[in-house]
Write a protein of this length. Structure first.
Length: 352
């Protein structure tokens, strides 16, 4: 074959499109996000999941296999994959190119491991849930198929995590497209059936006493889903789960989210201290800058914690800074509105 890498990308993408077109009802639900029920039982098994395993080839490192599969099968752009990994787009482009060169001329008859496929499905779901491409339903469908084939608590944990997040999907945006923060969401719009299924699957996974990162993330999502109101959220237990997740992954993103949970449990000063500890332990943290491509999440968290602490001027400045860094239009709009809200309050104070 004269152009193996071209063949891989072309065939993988066609397989993906065929799978998507095969489920017309699911596609209609994805186009009507606010009316979308939780994904039901998986339809007849197709070749898409097998393609995920084949692209996660043993000759590739796990990170390269994930990147290549996201690009070739998941349909994500290089920019979206780079954002998921918190690296510059040029760095990710090089990584994908190296992966393609590695598999040129390789026979695709050796499937990759489950852990790599789980990572791909997790990232596809995240992009579908919050990004430019709506792939969340497809990720859930494939994870259901994987859970039916593979008896492993982390597979179940990932499925539970997806269902628990997907259950809140209809409440995440206002009719005009604005993002609605978790604390402000109308919980009557959450899908209770999907929550119940996610909790049941999670309980079964946790009972096997083989904790992994997807189970820990699902436990945090379950605690949010279990709270009747934002004020009744069990933040102390959420912090404990973030401690477990930090032990499992040592991810700066996890530690950033933990700082927010600490602020909710113990007050904004404690949250700011946790954020300062994260910065001190990770000089030049990828959360603050990725090779010149700043990530807005760190700045937005700092803005939120300073607002909670009463420093409205600093919070307004940080919200505006985070908005300037944001690449997602809905996120940028949300952060800009937050900055404008605080500036209006500051102006009102000055006019008294």
């Amino acid at each position: 074959m004269r152009d193996a890498k071209g063949w891989l990308v072309t065939v993988a993408w066609r397989k993906f499109l065929d799978a998507a077109r095969a489920d017309a009802a699911r596609r209609r639900r994805e186009e009507r996000v606010e009316e979308e029920p939780a994904p039901g039982p998986a339809p007849a098994v197709d070749d898409t999941l097998q393609l995920y395993f084949l692209c996660a080839h043993p000759s590739l490192t796990p990170s390269s296999a994930v990147a290549l599969t996201l690009r070739a099968v998941g349909g994500l752009t290089t920019r979206q994959i780079a954002a998921a990994y918190l690296v510059p787009e040029a760095t990710m482009a090089q990584r994908i190119s190296r992966a393609k060169r590695t598999v040129t001329g390789v026979r695709f008859d050796q499937p990759g491991d489950v852990a790599t496929v789980l990572r791909v499905l997790y990232l596809v779901f995240n992009e579908g849930y919050s990004g430019d491409v709506d792939l969340a339903g497809e990720a859930i469908r494939l994870t259901r198929q994987l859970a039916a084939r593979v008896d492993h608590p982390e597979v179940a944990g990932l499925l539970a995590l997806m269902l628990l997040h997907h259950a809140r999907r209809a409440a995440r945006t206002a009719p005009d497209g604005r993002l609605v923060p978790l604390a402000e969401q109308d919980r009557d719009r959450w899908d209770t059936d999907a929550i119940a299924e996610g909790v049941r699957i999670l309980q079964g996974a946790l009972a096997r006493d083989r904790l992994g990162e997807f189970q820990a993330q699902a436990a945090i999502a379950a605690l949010h889903a279990d709270a009747p109101t934002a004020e009744e959220t069990d933040w102390v237990q959420i912090v404990e789960w973030y401690d477990e997740l930090t032990r499992l992954t040592d991810s700066p993103v996890v530690r950033l989210n933990r700082a927010v949970a600490v602020a909710e449990a113990d007050g904004p000063r404690a949250g700011l201290a946790a954020l300062a500890a994260l910065d001190a332990s990770s000089p030049g943290s990828r959360l603050r800058s990725s090779g010149g491509d700043p990530v807005p999440r760190h700045t937005a968290v700092a803005a939120y914690l300073h607002e909670r602490d009463g420093d409205l001027a600093k919070a307004a400045r940080l919200y505006a800074e985070a908005a300037h860094k944001a690449t997602d239009l809905a996120e940028r709009d949300h952060l800009t509105r937050q900055a404008a809200r605080l500036n209006a309050r500051l102006d009102a104070r000055r006019d008294r």
